[in-house]
Ligand binder design. Structure first.
Ligand SMILES: [Zn+2]
Length: 240
């Protein structure tokens, strides 16, 4: 993605949901895979093509399209599954049944080796990644970021021009807005992010133009609050 980074990132869209699985590869070749939602063959092949050895599996949340291949990647690589936050258990326990509703049989429930909490730190070959707890889309969602490289893996919290759905069980719209404004925006306007679906963007771009969380809607950083209410309940129809 950027030759000056201490690591490279390859985005591998998987499953009919086109979920952005990311492979984070340190210069040494040691790698973490973020949100292996399905198509384990495709993920493992992409890692091999970039000469990456998957040593960790990082998870933002427990939805089927983000976590469906985590156990299979673990079996193939021996990498531990790290995250999300423990409130996500009920989602992790219905991955298989959720995939079956779409006629896909190889999604698997997932049992993480380690839960994540706000302020935790991950390390990949000496490179530190931060963790913020960002409930709202799901109750145990986390975002993983690298401050120096200015890149964040935000799952289904935020998209280029949209935000995550909150009409699932234990989803909550005001909580999601707070997670975005109180946990993501302070990481900096120049922080780029890989969303769970669709193209990358930056937090600054979304503060200016996102129709759900632009500053003029949230009042963030003292911006005059405008037409927030009628926008507040607009929800995407996708599984995000
Ligand atoms: Zn989701």
């Amino acid at each position: 993605m950027n030759a000056s980074l201490p690591f490279s990132v390859k985005i591998v869209p998987v499953t009919p949901f086109q979920q952005n699985c990311s492979i984070v590869r340190a210069v040494s070749g040691k790698a973490a895979v973020v949100d292996p939602g399905g198509e384990p063959d495709k993920i493992v092949k992409a890692a091999a093509e970039m000469d990456a050895a998957i040593e960790q599996i990082w998870m933002t949340h427990g939805h089927l399209d983000h976590a469906g291949a985590a156990e299979e990647i673990k079996r193939r690589t021996k990498a531990p599954i790290i995250g999300p936050q423990k409130e996500e258990v009920f989602w992790l326990n219905q991955i298989r049944s959720s995939w079956r509703q779409f006629g896909i049989e190889d999604g698997e429930d997932c049992t993480p080796d380690r839960w994540l909490e706000d302020g935790d730190e991950l390390e990949l070959d000496g490179i530190k990644f931060g963790v913020v707890y960002t409930p709202g889309h799901t109750p145990g969602h986390v975002v993983i970021f690298n401050r120096d490289a200015k890149i964040a893996f935000v799952g289904d919290v935020l998209f280029a021009g949209s935000i995550g759905r909150t009409d699932f069980p234990r989803g909550d719209h005001p909580t999601l807005i707070r997670s975005i404004t109180e946990k993501l925006w302070p990481l900096g306007d120049d922080m780029r992010f890989v969303p769970g679906h669709g193209p990358m963007s930056t937090f600054g771009q979304e503060r200016r133009t996102n129709p759900f969380v632009a500053d003029r809607l949230t009042g963030y950083a003292g911006a005059a609050k405008g037409a927030a209410d009628d926008m507040a309940q607009r929800l995407s129809k996708r599984w995000q």
